[in-house]
Write a protein of this length. Sequence first.
Length: 167
Amino acid sequence: MDTVYLDTETTGLYPEHGARIVEIAILDDDGRPLLDTLVNPGCEIPREASDIHGITDAMVADAPVLDSLESQIDAATGGRHVVIYNAGFDTRFFPDRLERAGRVSCAMLAFADEYGEIGWRGTPTWKKLSFAADHIGYRFEGSAHRALADTLACRAVWKWLQDRGWR
């Protein structure tokens, strides 16, 4: 099964409270973009979100809406192994759009297991993507907290995990 990597940037943390996607990137296993676009969320981007990813209302004004990208998302993920850093977050923004994926894996959980730091609940401690990238010696291409740069970093972490036997 082919592997692809996905990342999003959003207007907030909780889609169930109205947060929406403002950028999406999907890369193939060789690191080539299958989809890399800003997304018009149909609402204002809160300053707190823009302060993190740098995406503004003006930047997304003429971008496509998420529904118009459905066929591209399906083509990029359908039947494939989709790897996401913090899949529990990103997948909430795709309640029915990743159902065609062959499999979805969370690189953050896999990295936490491999890194081996145990938290107060007796489970592996989750680490930010920037920590994982730094740990493996990866240097971001582009700005962290932009979908393409984060997807490239996720791919690097997953490849590092694969070298250690993760599948």
